[in-house]
Design a protein around this ligand. Structure first.
Ligand code: SOE
Length: 398
């Protein structure tokens, strides 16, 4: 065995801003991606950003970051950071991402890309300019990288369900049905942009457009707020998904609790969408069904290792939905993990996101979904909101 020291593996040094739920999910991905997948660059968790020194230090210790900053501006300027990962509420995405791109850092930005179409346009333009300098960007629509969803995309692209005619998509949660759940940032328009629509509706818009390879062209929607006043959280750190103490004061909920819309696609296909935080008993159900001329696909995140496939070209006598357990090494992303049948979870989508991003950065190839893809989703969200306010159909084009 050679006694020569091994050359250091080339590194990709990460600076991440935000350390709540998404920060923890992203940290897990940065920690584990290169331990399961063969990556051309080894992610180094260089610095974690957060506003409060004690809290960010504790989070860095727990999540595995080497150092901390309490000012994101210092973090994006640091010479020992190559990529900035933005895991903060939507109202901060634009400023942080623009500063990071200007500083020559690659950017991974949580979804939705921004709170407004105007901001998303600014970001998409900045990303395009940055790409000319070899600086790359990606939006965190992580569910694309659930193996069953990646397989669904493959089957549609291979023509296995023929021409897509109809799609129905639901994202169902119930974490704010209780009216005493505090008024977190996710329920404030100036911070979150919108409610169920942007937070979880954005995911099903991206997933459906990804699986079908088609774009939503027009929408007719309705937004509803069921609980319009909620107790104010005892501290700004009160759980973003409902936990934490409250004060006796209340404040207005300024976003939707539920959003529904019907959509036409560029191809002429038709879609029905529903995003809600009031589906009592549904915790994180993401249900997507795609019907084509030669077959159908159906997925539910509450059974995320499974894809249902109906091949309508099979003889009638034996045709029917078959349950594919998407855990074979031949299925997307699965080979790097466990033996068939052992299954993956929510966190693996984030790991796959890191894997694809690191490979793209190493190759100098633009990753997907791009900021332009994020902008397109933002246009759909905006069209749904305008449709709800004006009671009219809206086009999603610029
Ligand atoms: C909260 O509704 C939330 O955490 C979303 O913000 C995430 O994007 C989704 O993955 C789970 O639910």
């Amino acid at each position: 065995m050679s006694t020569e020291p091994r050359p250091p593996h080339a590194e990709l040094r990460i600076g991440m801003v935000g350390h709540a739920f998404m920060g923890a999910a992203h940290s897990q991905a940065w920690r584990s991606a290169h331990r399961f997948f063969d990556l051309p660059l080894r992610p180094v968790m260089r610095v974690l950003g957060g506003r409060d020194q004690q809290r960010v230090d504790e989070a860095a210790e727990r999540l595995g970051w080497e150092s901390t900053e309490t000012d994101w501006r210092r973090l994006v300027e640091r010479d020992d950071v190559d990529l900035v990962d933005i895991c903060t509420p939507g109202d901060t995405h634009t400023e942080i991402a623009l500063a990071a791109l200007a500083a020559g850092k690659h950017v991974l930005c949580e979804k939705p890309l921004a709170n407004t179409v105007a901001d998303a346009e600014t970001l998409a333009a900045a990303a395009e300019e940055a790409a000319t300098r070899g600086v790359l960007t990606m939006v965190g629509f992580t569910y694309r990288r659930v193996p069953a969803i990646a397989l669904a995309r493959q089957l549609v692209a291979e023509g296995r369900i023929g021409t897509v005619h109809q799609v129905r998509a639901q994202y169902l949660q119930d974490w704010i049905v209780d009216p005493t759940v505090p008024l977190s940032w996710r329920l404030q328009k100036e911070k979150a942009g919108s409610g169920a629509l942007g937070d979880i509706g954005a995911h099903i818009i991206d997933m459906v457009q990804f699986v079908t390879g088609d774009a939503i062209a027009s929408v007719s929607g309705h937004l509803q707020t069921f609980v319009s006043e909620r107790p104010i959280a005892a501290s700004s750190t009160a759980g973003s998904l409902g936990g934490g103490g409250t004060t006796t004061e209340t404040g207005p909920v300024t976003v939707d609790d539920a959003a529904v819309f019907i959509a036409t696609f560029a191809s002429g296909a038709l879609g029905v969408f529903e995003a809600t935080r009031f589906a009592t008993g549904r915790k994180n159900a993401i249900r997507i069904e795609v019907n084509g001329s030669r077959g159908s696909l159906a997925f539910d995140f509450e059974d995320m290792n499974v894809l249902h496939f109906h091949d309508a070209t099979e003889p009638e006598a034996t045709a029917g939905f078959r349950r594919i357990l998407v855990t074979e090494p031949t299925h997307p992303y699965v080979e790097a993990w466990w033996p068939a049948g052992h299954g993956l979870g929510y966190e693996h989508g984030f790991t796959h996101q890191v894997v694809d991003l690191v490979r793209a950065v190493a190759a100098g190839d633009p990753p997907t979904p791009s900021f332009s893809d994020g902008l397109q989703v933002q246009r759909v969200l905006d069209a749904v909101e305008t449709s709800s306010h004006t009671r009219t159909w809206q086009e999603t084009t610029a």
